[in-house]
Every structure is written in C-alpha cells, then in structure tokens.
Design a protein around this ligand. Structure first.
Ligand SMILES: NC(=O)c1ccc[n+]([C@@H]2O[C@H](COP(=O)([O-])OP(=O)(O)OC[C@H]3O[C@@H](n4cnc5c(N)ncnc54)[C@H](O)[C@@H]3O)[C@@H](O)[C@H]2O)c1
Length: 514
C-alpha cells in the first residue's frame, strides 16, 4: 500500500503482507519468532546484522578464554564487588563456577527437552548441560541425544536438587513456569524461563518479588527473544525523542485465533512414556488424559493446551507476551492503576479468542499518564484516519501522541505526523552516539549475565510487571467491570470477586514458592 509521502515518514515501509496459512495458524514473521515459522532460505537484514554481533559475542564469550580474557573477567568482578561497597562480598552464584572458574562454563539444568526446548540447544552447547528433565521419556531421550552426559529426570522438583547446578532453562507448560522459576531462584540458580512467566497475577508477583530479592546474585530472562530485533530500539527512540509529540495512548494487538469448545473428554490411556500426573503437576482439577493436548508439532504443541484456563492464558501469554513487549519496551511503565476487559461470552473452560483490554498507567518522569490497550482475536484499534490499514498487520503496536502516530510490527515502523501543526520541530532525534546499541543474541545475553554482570533485557522485574498487567486484564474481563488496582499491595480495591481471581488453588504437594 502506498502512503502519502507528504504526511508520512516511512523509516522502513511496512509492506503489509497477506498472512500465509499453516494449518489454521497464521505465519506472522520471517524467521525470528520461534513461535511457528522459520522459513528456510529467508535471510533478513537484521538477521545478517546479528550474525556479525553474534560472532563478536561468541568471541568475547569463548569457552576457552585466553589468559588475558580470564584476568579481565576477574578484574571486572573485583571491580563490581568494590563498587557494591559492602564489607561483605556476596558472590553471584555463577561467578565461582561460571566466568571465573577454570572451565568458564555454567552447569545448566534444562527442563522441557523437546519442542521449544530445542530452540535453546544451540546456545547451550557452549555450556555444561548437566541435567535434563521432561515428563515425557521420549522427549527426554531426544534431549539426551544432544547432551548425553546429563543426568535425566521426569520430575523437575528432583532435578532442581541436583548438586552443582548454576542455572536453569525452563521450557515447560505455562502453568509450571512460575513454580520452576521460584524454586530455581530459591535455590540460588539463575534462570531463563520461556514466556509467559506466569499464569495468574499472584504467580507473577511472587516470582517478581523473589527475583528482586535476588537480583544482586542471579540473572533472569523471560523468553521473548524478539526483543533482540533492533526495531525495538528504534521504536523506543522515536517515542522517547518526541517524534509523535506527547505520548497519550498505546495499542497492541494480535490476530491469532485458536477457538476451543471446552476441556477435552477422557480418551484412551496416556502412553507409557508420558508421566501424565506430573504433566498436570500443580493443576487442582483432575483433567483426564486426552491425546489432543499433545497433538501439536515441536515448538507448536503449546497451542494444543494454552487456550484452557488451567493450562494457559490464551493469546495473552502466547503472542501477547511478544507483542506487548514491543510496546512495553518503549513506555517505561510500572503496574496499571485500573483494568477493563470486554470480549466474547465467558467460557469457564476456555480463555477468550476475541478480547479487548484497557489499562490506565500513571505518569512517569518523562511522560504524562497514558492508557495501554490490548486487542486480540479480531478486535482491533481504529486505524489512524484511514492512512494505514492496521488489520493488515497481524501482530503490531501503535503509539498515539499529541502530534501523530507511530505504527510498528516486530521489524518495521511507520511514523505518521498528524495535521498541519505537526511540523516535527518538537522531535529531537538523538545524536549517533546516543543511539541504543543492538543487544546481540538474546539467549547469549542471559548466559553472559549469569557469568558476571547479571544484566538482561527481559528480567523478571520488567517482564513480570508486563505479564501481571495482562493477567489483570483477564481478571477484569472475567468480572465484567472496570477494576481499580493497587499495584503496591497487589489488590483490586473495588471488586472482591476480582481479588479472588488474582490467584488460584493448587493440587496438594505442589508449592508455588517452594
Ligand atoms: N519464545 C517463543 O517464541 C516460544 C515459542 C514456542 C513456545 N514457547 C513457550 O515454550 C513453552 C513450551 O512450549 P512447547 O510448544 O514446546 O510445549 P510442549 O507441550 O511441547 O512442552 C515442551 C516440553 O516440555 C515437556 N514438559 C511439559 N510439562 C513438563 C513438566 N512439568 N516438567 C518437565 N517437562 C515438561 C513436554 O513433554 C515437552 O517435551 C510454552 O510455555 C510456550 O509458551 C515460546
């Protein structure tokens, strides 16, 4: 679609492309998403950029560091300990056995060794994967082909007791993420957890609080790996440098639709290699086995269970984690003060396909109060004056300012100054030296952080608040009215039923913060 040149600065023209259908699921990215598609032979410019960055990172993080590198590592550590300034030096758990250990490798437990887990094999090859855990013994064997020396487990609680661990990579079902994350943090282990970090508001809060207690010792990362795409930085710069004037409202949306009628009925027996009881884990209701929960291909099986309330949060935790991240990265938001949610009729088994949520966020030190909205499953924000058809962008964000709009998908952006007064004099583009540098490979950022600086882009504070907001919106949808939220206390102040829905009961023997 052509955009009027006088009114639009297209930094990289969004060529809206018809979605390619794959078994009812729309392909929505070109190789970066890791969600469904990784079309072979398609090389993107940002991917090429990242190869150079990756090479540099790999070089810097060589598993066989030169003496020089090692001494720099020690010096850096001593420097940061000195800056910490406390008489008592608390060693980051990765330091003794990580960057400064003779082997310079992390001892990692990988939980969930098939499907999304496979996307981490490459990054983890440079480390010591010493423990593997999967409730499906066939999947465990699959992981063991890649890491034959690792101890094998079917129960992650036992796996986390293995001696000598430094870090955990968790690629299990959504409803176990906060459990594994808390248990890992409580055992002094760094953790990379696949998105979404939590399945209830309470889970998000407990895991964030645990991280904040440990942030001087442990590195965390939530698996929103698109965050490494440099477009995220460019979008943040445009918003913060005033390209649309004063920020007023933010909209994010996703068009994936996975309708389900209800929990699946009992069908057959679980295969002998699947520990179904452990798969259900903390879920209080005794859902019978049905092969339909296990019918998706590797990396896409989450779509077989994530629409059901007990197992996931639908598109909120699925594409919502990625797409809201693109907005969240630009707005420096904390927790919202209110939430609203409207959509299709409530189904007690299944999360809504069509849903609109709206949150109020207070002002911060660089912007006034704003609203943040989420649309999914066919619900969409209004296109800005018909200048661009947002429905042609499967997963995107729009920032509305006093002087115009910024529309973006994961790797492109379009700026639309609005009206005669939008003369761009208010836009103060940063100088080259202030441009936000590329973060490099997302998984490597966490590995590097475990070995020293503990800094990651999507730690459990940043990502924890984001998913808390989204899950709060689902609560507002369930009670059908605008709820007021005290983010400090984690309480809904005007609706007792909503307060009850912030948390859930678990099966006996499963402790969220164990
Ligand atoms: N970051 C991304 O782009 C991306 C892409 C796909 C999936 N994901 C996320 O990764 C997670 C896994 O998705 P998937 O499609 O691979 O799901 P899946 O159902 O295939 O599960 C992955 C593996 O974990 C195992 N598993 C399940 N519960 C377990 C438990 N309690 N303990 C140990 N192992 C367990 C399964 O047997 C399987 O081998 C989901 O939370 C999903 O949201 C993220």
């Amino acid at each position: 679609m052509d955009l009027p040149a006088t009114a639009i600065i297209a930094e990289r023209l969004v060529k809206a492309r018809p979605s390619q259908q794959t078994g009812g699921i729309k392909r929505h990215c070109r190789g970066k998403c890791g969600e469904l598609c990784s079309p072979k032979g398609v090389v993107l410019s940002y991917a090429r950029d990242n190869i150079a960055q990756r090479k540099e990172l790999d070089k810097a993080m060589s598993t066989k560091p030169s003496k020089k590198n090692k001494s720099v590592g020690r010096r850096d550590f001593l420097k940061s300990a000195a800056v910490a300034g406390a008489g008592l030096i608390i060693l980051p758990s990765g330091v003794l056995s990580g960057a400064n250990a003779p082997s310079n490798k992390l001892n990692i437990a990988m939980i969930g060794t098939w499907g999304r887990g496979e996307a981490h094999f490459g990054a983890l090859k440079s480390e010591n994967v010493v423990a593997l855990c999967d409730v499906n013994e066939d999947h465990l064997a699959f992981g063991a082909q890649h890491f034959p020396k690792a101890q094998k487990y079917v129960d992650w609680r036992k796996c986390l007791d293995q001696k000598g661990l430094d870090a955990v990579v968790c690629c299990t079902t959504d409803f176990t993420h906060a459990f594994v994350a808390n248990w890992a943090l409580n055992r002094g282990l760094h953790i990379y957890c696949e998105k979404p970090l939590a399945n209830t508001v309470e889970e998000a809060r407990v895991v964030r609080a645990n991280y904040l207690k440990n942030k001087k010792k442990l590195a965390t990362q939530v698996g929103t790996q698109r965050h490494e795409i440099e477009n995220f930085n460019r979008v943040r710069e445009l918003v913060q440098d005033g390209a649309i004037g004063e920020l007023q409202a933010v909209f994010a949306w996703g068009d994936r639709k996975i309708p389900r009628p209800g929990y699946l009925p009992a069908q057959g027996e679980p295969p002998k290699t699947l520990h179904y009881d452990l798969w259900l884990g903390p879920v209080a209701a005794d859902h019978p086995y049905n092969p339909g929960y296990f019918s998706g291909g590797p990396g896409a099986n989450c779509l077989s269970w994530n629409m059901y309330w007990d197992f996931g949060s639908g598109q909120i935790g699925d594409m919502g984690s990625h797409t809201m991240d693109l907005a969240w990265n630009a707005i420096d938001a904390g927790l919202p003060t209110s939430a609203e949610g409207t959509g299709e009729k409530f189904n007690p088994d299944v999360t809504p396909v069509e849903l609109t949520m709206k949150f109020e966020h207070p002002a911060n030190d660089w912007r006034k109060a704003i609203t943040v909205s989420w649309y999914q499953g066919g619900a969409m924000p209004n296109s800005p004056g018909g200048m661009i058809d947002l429905r042609r962008i499967g997963h995107g964000v729009m920032f509305k300012g006093s002087k115009g709009h910024l529309v973006a998908d994961f790797d492109s952006r379009v700026l639309i100054p609005w009206g005669g007064g939008a003369d761009m004099t208010y836009y103060k583009p940063r100088t080259k030296d202030k441009v936000i540098p590329a973060m490099g490979n997302f998984q490597q950022e966490w590995i590097k952080a475990c070995k020293g600086n503990l800094k990651t882009s999507c730690d459990f504070d940043y990502s924890g608040k984001m998913i808390e907001q989204m899950l709060l919106g689902l609560v507002a949808y369930r009670v059908g009215e605008k709820i007021q939220y005290d983010g400090q206390a984690g309480k809904v102040t005007n609706n007792a039923k909503a307060n009850d829905l912030l948390k859930r009961e678990y099966r006996q023997g499963w402790t969220l913060n164990g």
